[in-house]
Ligand binder design. Structure first.
Ligand code: FE
Ligand code: ZN
Length: 527
């Protein structure tokens, strides 16, 4: 664009500036072919005839983008400072609440960072300038999410266990391999599959199931910083959802041959993502001292109503049907959280979080939220474990569980339709035997066995001697755990500190300011 210095420069509208940013700086290559410039967008079989048909889901210029984000960061960091200075952590509902945040920091935050990296790869490799710029914005968002989450939770790390060392734990700890392997699966797929996996299946179909419960859980349990972080991420999330929806529509509209490919990805990635949300189900139903809503309610609202009844009828126009695993997921909503927490209860000696038998009050809430399942199937289990604990035999499972080769969750799910029968499937590949938690994980494996035989399964790796040594203490040391990170919640370092700190608050006339908080040394953390 050249300007004539004698004429006054007319200010461009937002729309013109957006078009200048995305379209005017694009060019047609002259000394390389388009395939040489964008080598990754054909091998998946997706056919794009006209990249200019991409309808930009949002129109932001660079200066507008950074202005919004800076404004949000300013607000967030003001809250973080105020909370830290006022010893706000003492106003949480209970230190056990932070177990949910340990899952978030070890399970979700590193995925934000991976999303940052991979969206920046898409920002280089898509042929069209519209999707490239949308991917660029999301890439920067994801980096900000990773950073703001780490900053938000770092204050708790000064006083409580299980949050130090989260990046190493993400790479090593058995249950964190569930979210990690999910994202690794997406990162090692092609660019369009990644877009459907993360942009559509995760950001559009499932993100509300993850973020809304975490953020309302935070607000119900006195965690103002996490709630503020949630608000700060929310406007980004709505852009990400719009991008996911635009991505799937664009692929479907470009060529009919794309429809079956996209359908297979929707089937696969719904189930992969849904299996990761098993951890959210447990968090929501068992780990919030003040519960917000049950997993069942949340699934009905955010998935069945908004996606299944809201979105999929629209996608039917393109020939897309709801994902294959949906019927089973709907059936499992009654059972999921109970099965998962029951497993974590028995394995928390090896997790970076603590568990305990749900209180009588909490069990009454579970019974009212799950009138058809809790008292019949799960209360008897808790009664038995409670009796053992009362007799001084707090139960921890002494062995290692079989893991699903695809989702990497221990084999804890039941047959579709029968909550009393554990489900296990298997496949043979090149003379080896592989196990799965469900028909859908088996289908995912059978479609791409070469990919999933490479899975880094924590239990197998322990048996192979790759995780620090042959004993449980060896493995826990390799995970980087410190005293207080694991085990039974009652009588744990955090629980004891909490009682001591609150006794000081109650004794002191001056209120919270006079509380002396021991911090890292007292919590027994070396790292
Ligand atoms: Fe994010
Ligand atoms: Zn599985």
């Amino acid at each position: 664009m050249t300007t004539n210095p004698t004429k006054p420069v007319k200010k461009l509208s937002m729309q013109q500036r957006y078009s200048a940013l995305t379209r005017d700086i694009d060019w047609t290559p002259s000394y390389v072919t388009e395939d040489q410039l964008y080598p990754h967008t054909t091998y998946e079989g997706i056919k794009i005839h006209d990249w200019s048909k991409w309808d930009d889901p949002f129109r932001l210029t660079v200066d507008a983008y950074y202005r919004y984000q800076a404004e949000k960061d300013k607000r967030l960091y003001a809250v973080l400072d105020g909370f830290a200075q006022g010893q706000g952590h003492l106003t949480l509902s209970d230190p056990a609440y932070l177990n949910a945040m340990k899952i978030f920091l070890g399970g979700v935050t590193p995925l934000e960072y991976q999303a940052n990296r991979h969206f920046s790869y898409l920002a280089r490799h898509f042929n069209g300038p519209g999707p490239r710029f949308a991917a660029q914005c999301q890439s920067v968002d994801e980096l900000r999410h990773a950073q703001t989450e780490i900053h938000t939770l770092s204050n708790y790390n000064k006083y409580y266990s299980g949050m130090h060392n989260f990046a190493k734990m993400h790479d090593r700890v058995w249950y964190l391999s569930v979210p990690k392997s999910y994202f690794d699966d997406a990162l090692s797929a092609g660019p369009f599959e990644f877009l459907i996996a993360i942009g559509f299946s995760f950001e559009y179909l499932l993100t509300n199931l993850l973020f809304v419960p975490f953020m309302s859980g935070a607000s119900f349990n006195g965690d103002l910083p996490t709630m503020t972080f949630g608000f700060s991420a929310q406007s980004d999330e709505s852009r990400h959802m719009t991008l996911g929806l635009e991505a799937i529509k664009f692929l479907l509209e470009q060529d009919e041959a794309n429809v079956p490919i996209v359908q297979e990805w929707v089937d696969k990635w719904f189930w992969r993502g849904y299996r990761v949300t098993a951890i959210i189900a447990m968090m929501l139903d068992y780990m919030l001292p003040r519960p917000v809503m049950s997993w069942k309610e949340s699934f009905e609202l955010y998935f069945e109503q908004q996606m299944l009844n809201g979105l999929f009828p629209d996608l039917a126009y393109y020939g897309i049907r709801p994902p294959k695993g949906v019927e089973q997921a709907i059936w499992e909503k009654e059972h999921l959280s109970h099965l998962v927490y029951h497993t974590f209860y028995q394995f928390s000696h090896a997790a970076n979080l603590t568990t305990s038998i749900p209180t009588k009050e909490h069990q009454a809430w579970l019974a009212s939220a799950y009138p058809d399942a809790f008292e019949q199937f799960y209360k008897p289990k808790w009664d038995k474990l409670e009796k053992m604990a009362a007799e001084g035999n707090r139960y921890f499972y002494p062995g290692l569980p079989q893991l699903c080769q695809v989702c990497q969750v221990p084999m804890l799910f039941t047959e579709h339709g029968d909550p009393t029968k554990l489900c296990q499937r298997h496949s043979e590949f090149k003379g080896e035997h592989f196990n799965f938690c469900s028909d859908h994980c088996k289908e995912i494996f059978d479609r791409e066995p070469e990919k999933y035989v490479q899975a880094w399964l924590p239990v197998h790796q322990i048996y192979l001697g790759n995780c620090g040594g042959p004993t449980i203490p060896d493995v826990l040391a390799w995970y980087g755990y410190a005293e207080g990170d694991s085990g039974e919640m009652l009588g744990n370092v955090d629980h004891n500190n909490w009682k001591k700190w609150h006794a000081q608050v109650d004794d002191s006339v001056g209120g919270r300011e006079s509380v002396e908080v021991g911090g890292a040394a007292e919590a027994g953390k070396g790292a």
